[in-house]
Design a binder for this molecule. Sequence first.
Ligand SMILES: Cc1cc2nc3c(=O)[nH]c(=O)nc-3n(C[C@H](O)[C@H](O)[C@H](O)COP(=O)(O)OP(=O)(O)OC[C@H]3O[C@@H](n4cnc5c(N)ncnc54)[C@H](O)[C@@H]3O)c2cc1C
Ligand code: SF4
Ligand code: SF4
Ligand code: SF4
Length: 410
Amino acid sequence: MIGDLYLSWSSDEEILKRGEYGGVVSSLLKFALENKIVDAVLAVKKRDENRYDGVLTLITDPEEVIECAGALHCAPLNIAKNIRDYFEGSKDMKIAVTCKPCDARAIIELAKREQINIDNLILIGLNCTGTLLPRIAEKMIEEEYRVNPNNIVREDIDDGKFIIELEDGSKEERDLFELEEKGYGRRENCRRCEISIPRMADIACGKWGTTGHKATFIEICTEKGSKLMYKAIEAGCIRVEKPAKEAMEERDRKEKEALELSKKWQEKNFSEIEDLNYEERLEYWFKDFDRCIKCFSCRDACPICYCIECRLEVDRDFIPGGVLPPDKLFHITRLAHVGDSCVNCGQCQDVCPMEIPVSKLFHMLNKELSPLFEYVPGRAVDEEPPLVTVKEKESRIDEPYLFLKKKSTS
Ligand SMILES: Cc1cc2nc3c(=O)[nH]c(=O)nc-3n(C[C@H](O)[C@H](O)[C@H](O)COP(=O)(O)OP(=O)(O)OC[C@H]3O[C@@H](n4cnc5c(N)ncnc54)[C@H](O)[C@@H]3O)c2cc1C
Ligand code: SF4
Ligand code: SF4
Ligand code: SF4
């Protein structure tokens, strides 16, 4: 049932051994493929056994699922955008996909805009408190741990520590906040991220609440998730037990602590504008936007930016040929299109060649809009985004798509 919580384990010895915790994610994916519940699985694996090179892979052979077992913390993949662009929004293909909270939220925002057919997806959510950029992670391990990054067999984030495990089983840990103060650690957007358990997915899987067991802690979030889970239990693919009260309390405590840490980072990042008047605020925003070289990388990377005919390109509504796009217009237009639905995934900032803190600025605006519209992006498919107006020719769908907040029109 929705809301059920379990400690769970794969019944397959090999998956149990290679799984990050109880191997349940791998077992559910394999079960879904074997039983033709889905046509394919979209999962993440190491490229050439390099754990700093996590890549998306589409699997149709159930025996290959095990190759993706394990968690890769240096793989901030743009999963929603990949489904939209490379699998036609999963229009005709049923896919089970592993996703972090920001991936699941972006998928939901795209489903609302009819860019992804969520009925064809099973979202196997992974709890998450952060991903790192691969090269920064390698440099951090070399300089702060004095360890060759190639000798790491596992990394983890727990209780405010970044922990590495070496081939001989020994572990080294450093304080995450201190690493981040030095410019290492998680991506800037991850530090501010408030959603660490993906309850908008069909099932949320994590390690919190499993202390002392190599198990996967499962929360069932939708009917779809419930069906898959109980079929897999019935078939003997996974075994489950009800978590003890202490395990649930531990999970709640860790979720709260993660939220407190993200609030601390939000305060640090957003306090810069708190006491500014209107003019000073404009100046604050434009000092970064005016440095923009209009390479369009942030637009291309943003999973929520979905118009096929972007107004910001030459000879569309705004920009005639023969002139450069006006500095401010580019970002004001993007803010108008995605400001209400930004999921703080950080993809825009990761790709910006001018190192403009795009994700921070969009997240900052979204934090101001969210209470006004009572809208949390990516929380549920049936919640309409308040602002988006996209004309027929910009959209991929047949009907003109006009969202207006019901309250404001009633
Ligand atoms: C970046 C990251 C941070 C995490 N942080 C926490 C946390 O703070 N608290 C917590 O309770 N749990 C966290 N988890 C979840 C935990 O590490 C396990 O993934 C989860 O418990 C499932 O374990 P398992 O043994 O059932 O998975 P397995 O059977 O080992 O399967 C793991 C699956 O994860 C997928 N995967 C690996 N890396 C990624 C990635 N970067 N993006 C998308 N999919 C990926 C693979 O496709 C694979 O199929 C995190 C996971 C990741 C990837
Ligand atoms: S934004 Fe949040 S969910 Fe996404 S990778 Fe960062 S911490 Fe994880
Ligand atoms: S604006 Fe940036 S942070 Fe927000 S959804 Fe788009 S890419 Fe992600
Ligand atoms: S990625 Fe950076 S430089 Fe390129 S358009 Fe976006 S903000 Fe401007």
